[in-house]
Write a protein that binds this ligand. Structure first.
Ligand SMILES: Cc1ncc(C[n+]2csc(CCOP(=O)(O)OP(=O)(O)O)c2C)c(N)n1
Ligand SMILES: [Mg+2]
Length: 569
């Protein structure tokens, strides 16, 4: 029996196991939305801005490991997706973005709301399609999901003209894809594995740095076994957080610009660096010539384009992290590196991450620690971008992969709320906390309405410092405190929440932190806490831009000024 293009889209999504999508309608999507109620298996969540749909699909994908799906209409709807698609691209998140397009006869005529969205997104998608006939939709959707989730995951866009949605075609969902040019490496080269194992066995001061590739590959337990057998300390990138339990005795936290002093010291002194599923981002490496200067480097990554891109490596291994670690585990000897590990512990004592300052100030580091204690680390924590993101990365102790969701590569303010929404939809059994900045939250704050309409119980902690704090920090440290365009007025977030029918409270003293967090978690539904934090608190350690990691600056010993001292709500 023939089906319409819109029916084929829905049936294909169901065949791919899609049970939720985030979207926003428009003229050219009317046939699709008209058809959607025939398929109650698909839950459609109406966002308030298409950027929210893309970030929600992203958060959903990171929290579940499945492909996130978002949809937008042609023209402005499609362009509103762009930031979210770019974000998913840079962080290797599997996503299928469906966009409506003007009907085929209008394409190329500058028709109302016509935009070349495949052209615009070409550099930020793993692949894209314009579905020019209903008969090709099933194949295209099959391929899109396959490409999005396999190999190094990423966003795939499918642009679908309005009249393709109403055309009739036979529907048979293909059971396999035929993509001769698309190859996904799995096993690393055996000689390289052997050479790597030899270096590991001989090393006196080895170090593992693990990235998001470990999470994507589902290789956390392989990594743990590997590190334990060879007794190698583990540090992570920002997006690798959680891939190795941070409460493990071999865990030494995150490295890089706001990494721990001891992780950066370990990088500086190791004689062998085993870099797993990571891509040597400049925020991690600092000045390249000062990056792991004493180490031979083994780099395991699925994407050959990452090998040698930023840092030259001694042994490249192109393959799936899980497969490679499993194979290499058989080739390494049980070991102990007692002196080296003692040295790292010594550095940890010398450069403790949390410099507990007593006083009346409401310090963000304390809030994050209390959040950890109240949740026992059993929550998904999503962030915006800025200082609050770094405090969360530093002070929450992440036990599990996928428990820290943050915009790494693109550093997208506004990611937090919609991504948290997607994470909660994907993992409803989990407590999902959003730690957001007052600036970041204002970029996508309208999604509070989505939380309410779709009953999505995200708990929100706003680190309200009255500033675009991270930029202010750079002005403070490197631009003579010339605070231009960073002081930020905010609405009363509790009142805003109330206006959306979301409960909330304001916290101004350290004693109120824990009760507020408990209240939020006991509350049935979304909840917002407006933490009025010390306005000029900075994130330390910090590697100054252009410096080597070892040149990290630490929290100045002087007490910060008395709090509170500003009048914005
Ligand atoms: C969309 C976007 N615009 C600008 C920036 C540059 N930027 C990075 S952090 C930051 C400040 C963030 O302020 P806020 O959300 O209040 O977080 P805070 O640093 O104060 O914790 C800015 C403007 C960005 N990352 N993303
Ligand atoms: Mg701020």
């Amino acid at each position: 029996m023939k089906k319409t293009g819109a029916q084929i889209i829905c049936e294909s999504l169901i065949a791919e196991g899609v049970d939720v999508m985030f979207g926003f309608p428009g003229g050219v999507l009317l046939p699709f939305y008209d058809t959607l109620p025939q398929y109650p298996e698909i839950r459609h969540i109406l966002v308030r801005h298409e950027q929210g749909a893309a970030h929600a699909a992203d958060g959903y994908a990171r929290a579940t490991g499945k492909v996130g799906v978002c949809m937008a209409t042609s023209g402005p709807g499609a362009t509103n997706l762009v930031t979210g698609i770019a974000n998913a691209y840079l962080d290797s998140v599997p996503m299928v973005a469906l966009t409506g397009q003007v009907a085929r006869p209008f394409i190329g005529k500058d028709a109302f709301q016509e935009i070349d969205i495949t052209g615009i997104t070409l550099p930020i998608t793993k692949h894209s399609y314009v579905a020019m006939d209903a008969g090709s939709l099933a194949r295209i959707i099959k391929e899109a999901f396959y490409i999005a989730r396999t190999g190094r995951p990423g966003p795939v866009l499918i642009d679908i003209p309005k009249d393709v949605q109403t055309d009739l075609a036979d529907f048979v969902y293909p059971d396999k894809v035929d993509l001769p040019g698309y190859k996904v490496p799995t096993h690393g080269h055996p000689t390289q594995l052997k050479n790597a194992a030899k270096l590991i066995n001989e090393s006196k001061q080895p170090l593992i740095i693990a990235g998001r590739g470990v999470i994507i590959s589902g290789a956390s337990s392989e990594l743990k076994e590997f590190a334990e057998t060879a007794q190698i300390p583990v540090i992570t990138t920002l997006l690798g957080i959680g891939c190795f339990p941070e409460n493990h005795v071999l865990s030494y936290g995150m490295a890089g610009m706001h990494g721990t002093g001891y992780a950066n010291k370990a990088l500086d002194n190791c004689d062998l660096l085993l870099a797993i599923g990571m891509r040597f981002d400049d925020r991690l490496t600092g000045k390249i010539s000062g990056f792991a200067p004493r180490a031979k480097i083994i780099h395991i990554d699925l994407d050959p384009a990452e090998i040698g891109k930023n840092v030259s490596v001694d042994i490249p291994i192109v393959g799936d992290v899980k497969t490679v670690l499993h194979a290499m585990h058989k080739m390494i000897e049980s070991n102990h590196h007692i002196d080296w590990i003692q040295q790292l512990d010594e550095w940890r004592k010398q450069h403790p991450l949390i410099d507990i300052r007593e006083g009346a100030q409401l310090l963000p580091q304390h809030i994050i620690r209390q959040l950890y204690e109240a949740t026992h680390g059993d929550a998904i924590v999503v962030t915006g971008v800025g200082q609050h993101q770094m405090w969360t990365a530093q002070h929450y102790i992440f036990h599990e992969p996928d428990s820290f969701i943050s915009s790494g590569g693109l550093g997208t303010m506004g990611f937090g709320l919609p991504a948290a929404m997607g994470a909660k939809v994907g993992r409803p059994e989990k407590t999902v906390w959003l730690v957001d900045g007052d600036g970041s939250l204002q970029m996508t704050i309208q999604e509070l309405a989505t939380l309410v309409q779709d009953n999505i119980a995200v708990k929100i902690a706003v680190m309200n410092n009255g500033y675009l704090g991270m930029v202010r920090q750079w002005q403070d440290l490197f631009y003579a405190k010339n605070y231009v365009a960073t002081p930020l007025s905010c609405p009363d977030f509790v009142k805003v929440a109330e206006a959306y029918c979301i409960a909330g409270i304001k916290v101004t003293t350290p004693e109120e932190i824990r009760p507020a967090i408990e209240q939020a978690m006991e509350h049935d539904g979304p909840f917002l806490i407006n933490f009025m934090i010390e306005p000029e608190e900075n994130v330390f350690p910090m590697v100054p831009p252009g410096a080597a990691n070892i040149e990290f600056m630490e929290q100045p010993k002087k007490e910060v000024s008395t709090w509170p001292r500003r009048s914005t709500p």
